[in-house]
Design a protein around this ligand. Structure first.
Ligand code: SF4
Length: 230
């Protein structure tokens, strides 16, 4: 059985917990194909160059694991305001208010607007579990290419559980569609509506790029809410 490990810092602890439990129970017919990703280096790659992004609403679920302080580099290195937000309307509004105030004052900082869940240093137990099993690796991102140290792979001492070491699967490279502007959308260089395929041949039910695939994607969100006043 191969467990396909996907997701950011929020889901990696589940994969690590699965491996921990499998070890304890003496399970032998399990391996993990890790496609886990981490946010900080990806954000640095995304926002470190030319961008029209003026502030960052940081995800509360990821922050619950890695801690609000993990986003300190946003004001200090990228010179952009950052606010950690929850998912209730009032939490989103509070975080956006913090961003607007920082932008207005020209003082980029980091605000934790989700303190009932997110602590400054995050979940130490989850971080220790992930560290025990995983180590950073370069990772390929759809629309962005390879970003150094933005993924997680199993540590060499856990190679027994690693589906890549165990089965040597051959990855197939699927060329991205040349007209898809996902990279520009993700960098904040263009609005999704500026992509010539948006709403024509690229639709949520027929996505042509990563940003239209899930409801969380920028193009899919624009498609759903553009013109709704939200
Ligand atoms: S609208 Fe579709 S094709 Fe255009 S950038 Fe978005 S995902 Fe890519």
């Amino acid at each position: 059985m191969v467990w396909y490990g996907v997701g950011f810092e929020t889901t990696t602890p589940h994969t690590a917990a699965l491996l921990e439990r499998a070890t304890r129970l003496g399970v032998k017919n399990l391996s993990v194909y890790s496609a886990h990703k981490t946010m900080p280096n990806a954000l640095l790659a995304l926002l470190g160059g030319e961008t029209r992004v003026g502030a960052l609403l940081c995800p509360g679920h990821v922050s619950a694991m890695i801690g609000a302080e993990a986003f300190r580099f946003v004001p200090e290195t990228l010179h952009l305001p950052a606010a950690v937000s929850g998912f209730e309307p009032e939490e989103l509004l509070l975080a956006m208010l913090a961003l607007v105030q920082m932008l207005k004052n020209g003082e980029p900082g980091l605000v934790n607007a989700y303190p009932r869940v997110v602590h400054s240093q995050g979940n130490a137990a989850a971080q220790a579990l992930v560290d025990e099993w995983f180590t950073p690796c370069d990772a390929l991102w759809r629309g962005l290419g390879e970003i150094p140290k933005s993924g997680l792979t199993l540590r060499p001492e856990h190679a027994f559980w690693d589906a890549v070491s165990r089965f040597s699967p051959q990855a197939r490279t699927i060329p991205s569609r040349s007209a898809c502007r996902c990279g520009d959308v993700l960098h904040g260089r263009i609005e999704p509506t500026e992509c010539p395929l948006f709403g024509k041949t690229c639709l949520p039910e027929h996505p042509l790029g990563a940003c239209m695939v899930s409801s969380e994607g920028a193009c899919a969100a624009y498609y759903q809410y553009e013109g709704s006043g939200l």
